[in-house]
Design a protein around this ligand. Structure first.
Ligand code: MSP
Length: 473
């Protein structure tokens, strides 16, 4: 791998950041940090940002009595703050209201139009403003969108431009089947291939009744459909930012399973129409509930990144997000469960290991030479490279368990008491080496604490340490 380009979805600004957004963004940061260590920061590009056009955002701005752009400006700082407190080190924060992005979208759309893949027609049917997409009759549950049962789908009949999605059906099937564009996990690939078996209809890519968005270049009375505008962010950033061209195509699009159709069928067909090189892979993670319930404002169970960081600290918050259930599957969070895991894995596990070894090293009065410890575990590398973030973490945490067990077996405090310096030194050196290796493995997940640990065990003199993860009652 000579370069790595990873993206998150760009989040709608109709809402402030919550741990759903944090989940994907922290995961992308972990992957970006992993690759940065492997191939250098100049070869990694990590893009996140906000999706600021469309009906939903325009409505939220209206409710807040603001102009859409002014409203978006006030929300994006919330996202940027959230990523800062979570130690997310993105390279660029893209906004779809950036004129530089808008220009690229117009250019590509015009290009697709010139190639004959866009025609005008009339759209008649239902639109879910929550999803920002058209719904078919078959998708409705009790006449409502299953994902937004509180929002009545809006009937519309208007002139729209349509994209000839149906032209690409066979090509898409082939590209997905042979992993030219790899859809992970495998179950998601099968889900998309299954859906592609039924008839693939052309899609509307413009709106007549919506003004908040990018005007269609050849007919400015129409506004570009928000999803088309949004998807192209991944490409536009590599065009308008300096020295980023080399990063196209994307190596990994990280998304939640809710937006998989857009990131497979629609996205790849648009790129095929524009004759652009295709991204390599998309990974759709699962969705989580809070205490078994869907996270929602009306239920009052939305957890903000700030709350999580206040309770556990940034590094532990990142760890907890990824350790609770396998990345790719659905799961559940609750403060109670997070607290149990924090105390078990971090306070009693890693924290206790570091504290015990540092204290023994101090008491021993011995000196230790520093050695470079690079993560080399094959299992760990394969797991991260396959986006099995939960599994890679398990490899690291297993090391912690083994090292704690090693201390219990060797009972170095007895060696200290009995003055067996040589033996004690061998045991401590093994532990220090193990701690450093493990910290390196944990680095993408817990960058600050890992660096603190590595620095602490640098030697030659090692002193007792402050508790890294105070127990939470
Ligand atoms: N703006 C579109 C994406 C455009 S990308 C070209 C969008 N935005 S969103 O604000 O609704 O964000 C959706 C994403 O938030 C999901 O794909 C997922 O990454 C994250 N999640 C939101 N709630 C979540 C959970 N409850 N669980 C896991 N991820 C969640 O869709």
């Amino acid at each position: 791998m000579d370069k790595f380009y990873v993206t998150t979805p760009i989040y709608y600004v109709n809402d402030v950041p919550h741990i759903g957004h944090a989940y994907t963004t922290v995961a992308a940061d972990i992957i970006a940090r992993y690759w940065t260590r492997k191939i250098g920061s100049e070869n990694v590009f990590f893009l996140t940002g906000t999706d600021e056009h469309g009906v939903k955002v325009a409505q939220a701005a209206k409710d807040a009595d603001k102009e859409p752009k002014e409203y978006a400006d006030s929300i994006i700082t919330r996202f940027q703050e959230a990523w800062k407190i979570l130690n997310v080190n993105y390279n660029h924060f893209i906004r779809t209201t950036d004129p530089l992005h808008e220009n690229v979208v117009k250019e590509i759309l015009q290009n697709i139009y010139n190639k004959g893949y866009i025609y005008d027609g009339v759209y008649e049917g239902l639109y879910c403003e929550g999803c920002e997409r058209f719904l078919t009759q078959e998708e409705l549950v009790d006449e409502k969108c299953p994902l937004h049962p509180n929002k009545k789908p809006v009937y519309q009949k208007e002139k729209n431009y349509f994209f000839k999605l149906s032209n690409f059906k066979d090509q898409l099937i082939e590209l997905f089947q042979n992993d030219t564009y790899q859809i992970l996990p495998l179950s998601r690939k099968n889900e998309i291939l299954g859906k592609l078996q039924s008839e693939l209809q052309d899609v509307s890519i413009s709106r007549a009744g919506v003004s908040w968005g990018i005007p269609v270049p050849w007919d400015t009375k129409q506004t570009t459909y928000v999803w088309v505008d949004a998807l192209f962010n991944y490409y536009s950033a590599t065009r308008f930012l300096e020295n980023k061209e080399k990063f196209w195509p994307t190596d990994l699009h990280l998304i939640g399973k809710d937006i998989l159709w857009f990131h497979t069928v629609i996205w790849i067909a648009l790129l095929l129409a524009a004759e652009l090189p295709l991204p390599k892979r998309v990974f759709a993670h699962g969705f989580f509930t809070i205490n078994g319930q869907k996270m929602s404002k009306s239920l009052g169970n939305v957890i903000s990144p700030q709350e999580l960081v206040d309770k556990f600290g940034a590094d532990a918050a990142r760890y907890l997000l990824l350790s609770e259930f396998p990345f790719g599957e659905d799961g559940d969070f609750s403060f109670d469960k997070l607290k149990i895991r924090y105390n078990a894995d971090l306070a009693n596990g890693l924290g206790n290991l570091v504290a015990r070894v540092a204290k023994l090293a101090e008491q021993s009065g011995l000196e230790f030479t520093d050695s470079e410890e690079k993560p080399s575990q094959e299992k760990y590398d394969t797991a991260i490279q396959q986006t099995n973030l939960h599994q890679a973490l398990a490899v690291a945490i297993e090391q912690v368990r083994i090292l704690n067990q090693f201390i219990d077996q060797k009972e170095p405090w007895n060696l200290l008491k009995e003055g067996k310096k040589e033996e004690l030194k061998t045991v401590l050196e093994h532990l220090i080496k193990g701690i450093k290796t493990t910290s390196n493995l944990l680095y993408p997940y817990m960058p600050n604490i890992s660096e603190t640990i590595i620095e602490h065990f640098k030697g030659p003199i090692i002193t007792a340490s402050q508790p890294l993860f105070p127990r939470i009652a």
